[in-house]
Ligand binder design. Sequence first.
Ligand code: GAL
Length: 955
Amino acid sequence: MTFRTATEYVENVSPGSGALPPRPWYASSDAKSLSLNGSWRFRLSDTADAEDDSFAEEGYDAGGWAEVSVPGHWVLQGHGSPIYTNHLYPFPVDPPRVPTENPTGDHLRVFDLPEDWPADGGAVLRFDGVESCARVWLNGTDIGEFKGSRLPHEFAVGHLLKTVDNVLAVRVHQWSAGSYLEDQDQWWLPGIFRDVTLLHRPAGSTLDFFVHASYDHVTGTGTLRVDSDVDGRVTVPGLGVDIATGEPVTVPVEPWTAERPTLYDGVLATEGERVPLHIGFRTVELSDGLIKVNGRAVLFKGVNRHEWHPERGRALDLETMREDVLLMKRHNINAVRTSHYPPHPAFLDLCDELGLWVIDECDLETHGFTEQAWRDNPVDDDRWTPALLDRAARMVERDKNHPSVIIWSLGNEAGTGRGLTAMAEWIRGRDSSRLLHYEGDLGCRDTDMYSRMYADHAEVERIGRGLDGGTHKRRELPFILCEYGHAMGNGPGGLVDYQRIFESYDRLQGGFIWEWIDHGIQDERYGYAYGGDFGEELHDGNFVCDGLLFPDRQPSPGLVEYKKVIEPVAIEGDGDGTLRITNKYDFADLSALAFTWSYQVDGETVGSGDLTVPALAPGESAEVKLPEPPATAPAGEAHWTVRALLAADTPWAPRDHVVAWGQVAVSARQAPSVAATDGPVLGDALITLGPASFDARTGALRTVGGVDVTGLRLDVWRATTDNDDGAAWQTDVRYGLLWRKLGLHRMRHRLDAVELGDDALTVRTRVAPAAWEIGLSTVYRWTSDGNRLQLTVSVTPDGDWTVPLPRLGIRFGLSAADRVRWFGGGPGEAYPDSRMASTVGRWQSTVDDLQTPYVRPQENGARADVRWAEIGGLRIEGDPEFFFTARRWTTEQLDAAAHRTDLSPGSAVWVNLDHGQHGLGSQSCGPGPLPQYHLAAEPAEFSFVLSEAPASETR
Ligand code: GAL
């Protein structure tokens, strides 16, 4: 054993040395394995060479060391801190050099072999993921070093093993030359974050095998051939197949699709081992300019998935992976891009089993080089090409037997260069059965599809029409949006508008929402921490929280909206007693679904039953007659609600799970009206009008019946969302900033007149920000019939309003409120361009439950299309319908909060009744709201009827 402090390998562009060639990941049926996950001894140093390697020696006493869990990241276990940057390298860019300050974690584990560990044969030690560079010793022998954080590395160690007291020493460096290739937008999290396993390799066991299983949709047959470097036999009992490796067989099969993921269990038996196979027959091709599977074009309804757990970072357990897939399936998602690295391999097993199309992306991103006009970009520098090819091979060899993987992606945001072309050529040579993706290749030199991120609706439509130009090759190719719908904070808006465009042009094969889950880190101080919360020198704040799931995997309203937008059955009608039902699956007919109808009057269900819908083939539509409305239905505003449910339990959701739904209005709503029979009466300090009292000097509402009301006035401000504020690099106008510049968050309310008329109290005001001449002339007109109070608000903009309004409505405080009931859109929040999932009905909640807990607090929780609401003893009816919001803090407090923990309930509940809200859009990384969702500053009139709620239960 030599003592060595040399750490040259850390900054070497080489992918490493000593590892075995890459091969598939599987759990052998009979070869033994030993998990080395668990508690390891751990020592952290500040630099790569601070300590010598004597710790790797047998007999080293690490008794004084700390302990960490493997898999895990040491920075999430009390040693050092995580760092979040989007694309900036958190170290000087001088490839392949890294800083002297290079947190280095020495990991030590002593293990015995199980008693039944065979004496013969070899063994390999497998690391499924270590960030970013590791050197490994077993029993004092240096067995190699490697880079490629989210890729597997195996070492032959049979000759080194002892029965007891094996000393496995792993030195992990946070920074290495490999870090230059791993500049993904995520936390930098060093550590052994995936499994470490010792695998017995019996003599005569296969090293590498490749399952080729294609499907011929014309004949309905599948062709299977399993290549193996060690000869053996392949049996598939369900198909009566028993063939030699390398020998093809064609048999009738059910194909594999994401919609119906039929897998055939088989075995590859070599002399030394039985390898379980899960075979899915499917053929992926580019044909007629389209991505086709089994002869049919597919429409991706996808998400980008980073691996994330709020406590364990990228060290995911199987349960969490399964939960991700189940949540995706239950939300109608059919595709996942493994942004931006191959996931834990067990995740792909779940995709095979439960059915998701996968774009498997290589662990490669060099985005930070954009800051120097891509100079020195490793993907265009031949010295790095071996490292790139190594990464491509490790991905392809590990994942090639998964039917769910239909597209390989070279990586993300790595510019362009010869290295990428070399990867593409290698991948095509190795696996011609899948297509290639890389978004950075705008001319599609190396790829099979034109792919973009965050293109706006108009551009996507132009691409659909083939009017986008580009290279000749690109014009012949299908299009996907590999990222869109930036789900940061409240949003994204505009998803349904994208979906309509996708569905209108064959060339558009759908997209993948950015992204699946917020990468918030559970933190006592903040609830969830984001960039900057660990004192990072450089960081990108809460840009790391941009998912459809909150960090605890609770679905955000964005996910609920997406589920509705991409539902595989369209249920539409115009209230004439007939529905149009369309099957939007790519492969499945509707036989797995059962349909129900219900009939609501004023939101109360008065009848329900089953609806017979033909088992339409994909793409087919049918007119389906609804029953007669229930004879007992009272008069009122009526709706049909029709749902498509799972007819039987599936592996991903139980029977009766709602897959799709539609709601059809039958009769219009009767707007509330109050006859102005009472007049205002001036008393000492108060004006009374019907059930209400007002301040005599200011005309401010004080009480409605027994309910105290404070601060009722016009409100145009909302705590800006991440999408309102927009990303710094956006070239379009960012309204969140303009609104603040114009002072819409600090409007002054000038009182011009309090007028007592015969049948109305009129309060005239001008609402305007300091420093500017723009304003809103606002008139509150109060009338009453003695029982109820009607407020009509008229707003007339003065001056040159060049911006839309964030919101337009009134707000007021109630001294006590908890339970809330309403008739209108629900159960969740909705905004003008994200309201598809909002269902008209009777809903109830509490003030606390109305809040949507965005990791960085911002506008949230509005319920749309509300006809009436009851809160704090008050009943509010709207003409027209309104957005309803209630919270235990003011908008100003919400606006000022940086984390959930900054919000503490005050004594009052603040209620907003909005005539309008500005759309959400996706400008935190994509386009802002479409023009039709802007809340223009223009004359508006809206009214509310206030009265005491019938039951005191809503106080
Ligand atoms: C893309 C990138 C993603 C993520 C996203 C913004 O440019 O590919 O990794 O950074 O923007 O959240």
